[in-house]
Structure formats: structure tokens, C-alpha cells
Design a protein around this ligand. Structure first.
Ligand SMILES: C[S@@+](CC[C@H](N)C(=O)[O-])C[C@H]1O[C@@H](n2cnc3c(N)ncnc32)[C@H](O)[C@@H]1O
Length: 179
């Protein structure tokens, strides 16, 4: 059985081809941004922290990737930068590993950005969300966003929860596929 992040990557790879547009809504240290840049034509990556952009710029340079637009802004403004037709959008909620734990994603901006993501996805596109309910804001985010996703019309979206139900408070992922 795949661990959470391996499964996320597996799902993402299946939804990308060399002509795809992808969004990393929570850039952080740029691991997901780099992975997306290797499998898509163009990537938009968002973070509110300058240090995230610096770390990611460095990572992309090291790997010779030049197809990413690094944007220092909230993912709640993604509609300003991206017109639509997106194949994959990734959110990895929480705080920058090794950084300031108070600069975490927040439930209101996250929900707003998730709603925009559903608009920006093309038909057949995938939204991949990883939640960390083991910390306070992460639990609130999950408690707000998961019930919202459960209300999506099954004619337009398939929503899958990938979660180890015998591991209390462990991270889990929700995937939304647009039909
Ligand atoms: C768990 S980290 C992401 C880790 C990242 N996927 C990686 O590969 O390193 C979450 C990131 O979301 C960022 N963040 C917090 N609020 C945000 C917002 N409103 N818009 C965009 N990014 C935000 C944080 O600064 C942090 O870097």
C-alpha cells in the first residue's frame, strides 16, 4: 500500500502530460513544484513567504527547470494569475518544514482557494489536497473543507478520501476529479 505522499504523486503523474498546466498552491521548499515541473509544460507556484520562493528557486535551478512561475501571493488570489484549463492543482496544507510554524495555511484562505481551484481545473483535471489534522489549524482546515467537498455534485466531481483509518490524526489526502 502506498504511503500518503507516494499515492499523491502517483495520482498526479497520471493526470499530467507534457502539454499540461499545473498549480502548486503551497510551494514551501518546492519539492512538489519540482515534481510538477518535470511532468507538466507550465507550473504556477504560490506561497506567501519570500523564503519559500528563494528555496524553490534554488531547487529548480539545481535541476535545470525553467517552466515555473513563482508567485509570492496567497493562493486565495490564484484566479488573478491563472485563466483556467489546469490539469493538476496541489495543496499541501500546514507550515513550511523547518520554518515559522505560525505561518501556516489558514482555513478561510484555503477554502476560498479550493473553490477557485474547482473552477480553474479542466475536465478530467485533478485537485490533490493533503491535510494535517494533528495540529490545531490543520484540524480546523480539515473540519471546514472536507464537509464542503462532500457536498459537491457527483455528476460533476468525484471525491476520494485516501486515509489510514487506524492511525489517529495522521495526514490524509482528498482527491477531486472534475468530470
Ligand atoms: C506544508 S508547506 C508546503 C510544503 C511544500 N509542498 C514542499 O514541497 O516543501 C505549506 C506552505 O503553505 C504556505 N502558505 C501558507 N498560507 C498560504 C497562502 N495563503 N497562500 C499560499 N501559500 C501559503 C506556507 O508558507 C508554507 O510554505
Amino acid at each position: 500500500m502506498e504511503n500518503i505522499l507516494d499515492f499523491v504523486h502517483l495520482m498526479i503523474h497520471r493526470h499530467l502530460d507534457p502539454a499540461s498546466i499545473a498549480i502548486d498552491a503551497t510551494m514551501g521548499n518546492g519539492h512538489d513544484t519540482l515534481m510538477l515541473s518535470k511532468h507538466a509544460d507550465e507550473v504556477f507556484a504560490f506561497d506567501v513567504q519570500k523564503s519559500a520562493l528563494e528555496a524553490t528557486r534554488q531547487r529548480l535551478e539545481t535541476h535545470g527547470r525553467n517552466n515555473v512561475r513563482l508567485i509570492q501571493d496567497s493562493h486565495a488570489n490564484m484566479y488573478v494569475y491563472v485563466a483556467g484549463g489546469v490539469s493538476v492543482i496541489v495543496f499541501n496544507f500546514g507550515y513550511l518544514p523547518g520554518g515559522d510554524k505560525t505561518l501556516t495555511t489558514t482555513k478561510a484562505a484555503s477554502l476560498d482557494a479550493v473553490k477557485q481551484s474547482l473552477e480553474l481545473l479542466k475536465e478530467g483535471g485533478l485537485l490533490a489536497l493533503t491535510f494535517y489534522p494533528g495540529h490545531e489549524e490543520g484540524a480546523k482546515e480539515a473540519a471546514l473543507i472536507e464537509p464542503y467537498l462532500a457536498t459537491l455534485d457527483p455528476h460533476h466531481f468525484s471525491v476520494l478520501n485516501y486515509r489510514f483509518i487506524n492511525r489517529r490524526n495522521s495526514p490524509y489526502s482528498i482527491f477531486v476529479k472534475k468530470h
